[in-house]
Design a protein around this ligand. Structure first.
Ligand SMILES: [Zn+2]
Length: 337
């Protein structure tokens, strides 16, 4: 079994100077695509489920698929993470289910649409940290808001993270990782042109990292939205409008400045949908779901392998022995926070 604490996985990434992709899942094929990519590249990996994913799949299905993954791929350290918990209750249910990490996104109120104030964010995040660390579970917080929508989540407004406020937030909450807003958005429509320094505030990451060298930074909305994947969808009847994502080179710059977790969902969705459209168009007489799910899974695996190589996590699966959550609980108890 190689279910690992996300804190340990990110500490190791910091020591090794690389980033780790956090890939969203909703079903078996996506989990298989990620695990095959991790095996092919020998990568530690974060698998994450949003509230929408837990609802879609019934989260016990997802959890048991994850257990199967740790049995079948014992050499791969895997952290199982709740993406965008909207309330302490959501995070606690994930912890009870067996997730090794949770995100308390208190940048928005519980409706997950209305931007919250700083004191609310500190309060709910601190509450989750206390309960999570007591059982060895990692916590990611968020300060500032992203644009776009993810499973209907988000205010659509962008508020960049203030570096001084980030310092106060981390001190008062004790989070292990901090999602920062630097101008990225959730979903496929991130930028209407190739992003430059005016729309993607990489300097904010540099400044936060200087002030908080020991906090693992997280980039959300960091799919690269490759043109060739969009083109396949459109070639086979899709209607994706011209769009740009976050270039891998920009993410690599972030990794130089303390970014350790990079959230990727849209690229997987684009890869699968393009492969399904192509398969269905090429053999309209086929009706076995395996006929189109196999190439969909393979296409997702390919784009994830590219990200694992790009983020630098490739080759690091065997670097360390996963610590148990009990050991992590003792680690937190010994730390002053
Ligand atoms: Zn996100």
């Amino acid at each position: 079994m190689a279910m690992v604490s996300m804190r340990q996985l990110l500490d190791e990434a910091a020591a090794g100077g690389y980033g780790v992709g956090a890939f969203n899942v909703n079903n078996m094929e996506q989990i298989q695509a990620i695990m095959e990519a991790a095996r092919a590249t020998s990568s530690p990996v974060i698998i994450q489920a949003s509230r929408g994913a837990r609802e879609y799949s019934n989260d016990r299905f997802l959890y048991h698929l994850m257990l199967a993954a740790t049995e079948l791929y014992p050499e791969i350290p895997v952290a199982l993470h709740q993406d965008h918990g909207n309330s302490p209750a959501t995070c606690f249910s994930a912890i009870d289910l067996g997730f090794t990490s949770v995100m308390m996104d208190g940048s928005l109120l519980e409706d997950h649409k209305t931007p919250s104030d700083f004191e609310y964010n500190v309060g709910v995040t601190r509450e989750v940290v206390e309960r999570a660390h007591a059982v060895g579970v990692t916590v990611e917080g968020e300060l500032g808001t992203l644009g776009g929508l993810e499973d209907g989540v988000g205010s659509g407004e962008i508020h960049l993270t203030d570096p001084d406020q980030a310092v106060e937030f981390v001190e008062r909450t004790g989070v292990d990782a901090l999602a920062v807003a630097i101008g990225t958005s959730h979903g496929a429509y991130k930028f209407t042109r190739k992003p430059d320094r005016e729309v993607l505030a990489m300097n904010v990451i540099e400044e936060i990292h200087q002030k908080l060298p020991d906090t693992h930074l997280v980039m959300h909305g960091s799919s690269s939205v490759p043109k060739h994947l969009v083109d396949i969808i459109n070639e086979y009847g899709g209607a994706i409008k011209p769009t740009w994502g976050v270039p891998v080179e920009e993410i690599q710059l972030g990794i130089k400045h303390g970014v350790r977790k990079i959230n990727v969902d849209t690229d997987s969705r684009l890869a699968m949908t393009g492969a399904i459209r192509k398969a269905m168009a090429e053999k309209p007489e086929e009706f076995d779901p395996r006929y189109y799910l196999k190439p969909a899974r393979a296409a997702m695996q390919k784009v994830i392998e590219e990200r694992m190589n790009g983020f630098g996590q490739a080759g690091h699966a065997g670097d360390y022995e996963p610590r148990s959550l009990d050991e992590m609980r003792d680690f937190y108890a010994a730390a002053v926070h």
